[in-house]
Design a protein around this ligand. Structure first.
Ligand SMILES: [Fe+2]
Length: 557
């Protein structure tokens, strides 16, 4: 088991779940199987449309268990956030076949208004590296069928791991075609979501270049538990999001917008205590709704940072860079060693986990960019939209104080630790910045000697450079991108205009990221195309561009 133990996961023991879950051996499925689309993907079935209208999901696969999720609407008045409706019992079933002829686990779960009628089951006793199908039933209505996959055994010699990588899906800025294209691939072991699964703004507060493509609910900024529940429920009605949840297990962490913009441990840029109340109350409300609505294991103390493992091939450390961080600050404060982006306990856990890892690749699910970013000689007319994108003052030079750049001491500590312990094959996969980057990780004192690499995926829909600048794609951004690369030689590639998703392809020899872009985020039927690929080889913290297409080819989808 090496450096990985179940305790690393800060596993949430959901008491009602544990009490009421009844495991049974194989039985006979009742009711009809859900409709299966191409590649066996579950599609919403008519019978499930009202009772299980928020879809099904799975998450955090371990070799012997996986988390299953749904939300039941037992009566018309039991709407999300309503706090009303009966307490009901939902049956869940796990089978090795989509027709549920071979059910291997079955149980019941009691839910009601206290948890917004969500259902979350940690199914145990499964086989490693195995496909499973699952569904829920309330009275005579079955949910759609979801498909999930357990992690390989900890000591398994894993030859290949493929992960979808996404972040920043703003409902009002467009459609989630990125999720649909990932769902249709059929070759993913899991999807990693690096945060900003929802956005907290009121309608129009963060639209697509100023245009609301589709309004979300509620229309006001979300602050209360009821608000957060309703917003989560809105997202869970999206058919592309439902399709991806039903297709593969997700491994997720939160960034700031799951609570409020530029959150830190004691507040947020988008939180005004005078009108929106106590910050701790808002965080508690947001996190309760998140725990209810997301297929993720949280620690007993609510901690989301955790580590998963895929045999001897890869570890995946998922970070929380919001809950414990010091307040954002610029200038000399960015070097203050008393300020932290991880908090001391999480940093200790991360470093110890990296050192103890026996996996070939040590992947870090990193919500905000760790690579340094100097703005060089960008003229004001280019710095303006970039400042808006990154959230820095637009009147001159400033570091990106919301990313690791605002917490230099933490980055130095991490890099120095990796170097001191001669730890190689560390790959950061990152979201947040709504743009695409392939960089080698250096510090001021190791400019020409990278220690790790970072692959940053763009947003599913959220605004980026051309949207903020109100110009066509590939115009000003090409100039700005070039200047940024010149000022930051460790940045090997960046792209500032497109939206889409990443696919991380891991083998013992290489770790490769493919950047896929969607043609038009404002169209529900948008196609997608492979735009760029970079990889890093075993033992070498240098990235190289890949020209060969992936096994699935480079054709547009
Ligand atoms: Fe975002």
């Amino acid at each position: 088991m090496g450096g990985y133990r179940l305790v690393d996961l800060c596993v949430m023991v959901d008491t009602p779940l544990e009490r009421r879950t009844v495991l049974k051996a194989a039985g006979t499925a009742a009711g009809a199987a859900a409709v299966l689309g191409p590649l066996g993907l579950a599609r919403p079935a008519a019978a499930a449309s009202t009772t299980f209208q928020h879809g099904v999901a799975s998450g955090d696969p371990l070799p012997d268990s996986v988390l299953l999720w749904t939300r039941v609407t037992p009566t018309a008045d039991a709407k999300p956030g309503s706090g009303v409706g009966p307490t009901v019992t939902v049956t869940w079933e796990v089978a090795t076949d989509a027709a549920f002829r071979s059910i291997v686990r079955r149980g019941t779960f009691e839910t009601g208004p206290s948890r917004d009628h969500t259902v979350k089951v940690d199914v145990k006793g499964l086989r490693p590296d195995t496909d499973y199908h699952y569904r829920f039933r309330y009275k005579t209505t079955n949910s759609t069928v979801g498909r999930t996959h357990t992690a390989p055994a900890y000591d398994a010699d894993v030859a290949h791991l493929k992960l979808g990588v996404v972040s920043c899906a703003n409902w009002e800025a467009g459609y989630f075609s990125a999720y649909r294209h990932l769902a249709q691939r059929g070759d993913l072991d899991a999807v990693v979501h690096l945060g900003d699964y929802i956005y907290e703004y009121g309608t129009g507060g963060f639209a697509a270049a100023g245009r609301v493509v589709r309004p979300h609910q509620p229309s006001h900024e979300i602050v209360t538990l009821q608000d957060y529940r309703v917003r989560h429920a809105t997202y869970k009605t999206d058919p592309d999001l439902q399709a991806l949840h039903a297709a593969v297990p997700w491994i997720i962490t939160w960034d700031d917008h799951e609570v409020a913009n530029d959150a830190w441990s004691g507040g947020a840029e988008n939180h005004q205590p005078a009108t929106e109340g106590n910050w701790a109350d808002r965080v508690a409300a947001a996190h309760k709704a998140y725990a209810e609505w997301m297929p993720v294991r949280l620690g007993a103390d609510g901690a989301i940072y955790r580590r998963l493992r895929f045999g001897t091939l890869a570890d995946l450390s998922m970070l929380d860079l919001r809950s414990y961080r010091s307040q954002q600050a610029g200038g000399v404060a960015t070097d203050d060693p008393t300020r932290s982006i991880t908090g001391h306990a999480q940093m200790d856990w991360l470093l110890a986990g990296l050192a103890a890892s026996e996996a070939r690749w040590k992947i870090v699910g990193n919500p905000v960019m760790i690579s340094r970013l100097d703005f060089g000689t960008l003229p004001a007319w280019l710095l303006g939209p970039l400042a808006k994108l990154i959230g820095i003052p637009s009147n001159g030079y400033a570091p990106n104080s919301d990313a690791w750049d605002g917490y230099n001491a933490d980055r130095e500590q991490l890099v120095n630790y990796l170097r001191a312990h001669e730890l190689s094959n560390v790959v950061f996969i990152t979201g947040d910045i709504h743009t695409s980057w392939a960089s080698e990780l250096t510090t001021r004192s190791t400019v020409w000697s990278p220690t790790a690499v970072e692959f940053v995926v763009t947003s599913v829909t959220s605004d980026n450079f051309d949207d903020f600048a109100h110009v066509a794609p590939d115009t000003l951004s090409l100039v700005a991108g070039g200047i940024l690369r010149a000022a930051n030689p460790h940045v090997k590639w960046n792209e500032l205009d497109q939206h889409g998703f990443g696919v991380l392809d891991v083998t013992p020899d290489t770790c490769r990221m493919d950047w896929w872009f969607v043609n038009d985020r404002t169209r529900a039927d948008s196609g997608a195309y492979l735009a760029k690929s970079f990889s890093v080889g075993n033992g070498v913290a240098r990235i190289r561009e890949e020209s060969a297409p992936t096994a699935r080819g480079s054709a547009a989808l």
